[in-house]
Design a protein around this ligand. Structure first.
Ligand code: PDD
Length: 289
């Protein structure tokens, strides 16, 4: 699809991408002062929509942006964008910045309207629980050098971008992050899960990680299914390096199996059985959220 002709939503109007204009004084541009979301949709079916909008509202509240838009307003925008994009496998991108002031000044301005932008982009087909067909990930690791407010899904993503690039520079697809105490936080654009002796474990929610919607849904689905013990607890680097399985989760990847960490095989170096079961449960239940 020619991205320039795509219809996007900007400040109440649907316009072609090439006609969407934002002021250079927009605080999203100058300061990364905004909140965003990415919601997956397959064949017109949105995944976790209300949960995504709730997280966005939490982010807006956390940074003091007042916006009179509810879940139904966002859903109307999503539906229009899906209709004009042909309802394939789409990521719906929603972005609210604090808006454009008349000067560059750090303090939150008063009487400035937030800038609201949304568009749809193609994402890979939904993951299926197929050990042979699934994309296998190799990752590197490094110290998490981002800020201490990672629970906010801020458009200030330079810290994440720089960590993601570290992976690209060594020819792998993601970078997993450990804090200064060598505990796992997350990856540059995903949450991280590991499996040891049939127990599925992921770090707890705090200011060091994004409260991923895929993470939330997967934990809920696994707990309801009851086949595996599930834990949210701190994981140190030694445990992660000794994992039987390692997974990345995100809206566009669903549950992605990691087979290599820093050049070493994860477990037996193959996609794991528990991944297969987890992805299969996720695929069967994801539209219920
Ligand atoms: N990334 N952690 C980080 C730092 C992320 O950027 C993301 C999502 C996640 C997973 O969250 P969720 O399951 O809600 O997608 C965890 C999005 C997709 C992105 O920035 O493109």
């Amino acid at each position: 699809m020619a991205i320039d002709n795509n219809i996007v939503f900007l400040n109440g109007e649907f316009v072609p991408m090439s006609e969407a204009k934002i002021s250079p004084l927009d605080r999203g541009f100058l300061f990364g002062d905004g909140i965003y979301e990415v919601v997956p949709s397959y064949g017109g079916q949105l995944v976790g929509f209300a949960l995504h909008i709730e997280r966005m509202q939490n982010g807006l509240n956390a940074i003091g942006i007042k916006l009179e838009m509810g879940v139904d307003d966002w859903r109307d925008i999503a539906i229009k964008l899906m209709e004009s994009s042909g309802k394939g496998n789409l990521g719906l991108y929603f972005h609210v910045s604090r808006g454009a002031d008349t000067k560059r000044f750090h303090a939150y301005p008063e009487h400035v309207q937030p800038t609201v932008f949304a568009y749809a982009f193609e994402i890979p087909a939904a993951t299926t629980a197929d050990k042979q067909g699934v994309k296998q990930y190799k990752v590197t690791s490094t110290e998490d050098l981002r800020w201490k407010r990672c629970q906010i899904k801020s458009t200030s993503l330079l810290g994440n971008v720089m960590h993601f690039q570290q992976g690209q520079d060594v020819g792998v697809q993601e970078t997993i992050l450990f804090n200064q105490h060598k505990e796992l936080t997350e990856a540059s654009a995903c949450n991280v899960f590991m499996v040891k002796n049939n127990v599925v474990i992921t770090p707890p929610l705090d200011n060091q990680i994004l409260p991923g919607i895929t993470r939330h849904m997967l934990l809920d689905i696994l707990r309801k299914d009851g086949s595996f013990q599930v834990q949210e607890r701190a994981l140190n680097m030694t445990e992660v390096r000794d994992a039987d399985e390692l997974w990345l989760t995100s809206s566009s990847k669903e549950i992605a199996p990691v087979v290599e960490l820093d050049g070493q095989p994860v477990g037996n170096g193959k996609v794991g059985d528990i991944w297969q079961k987890a992805q299969s449960l996720y695929s069967a239940n994801k539209y219920l959220y």
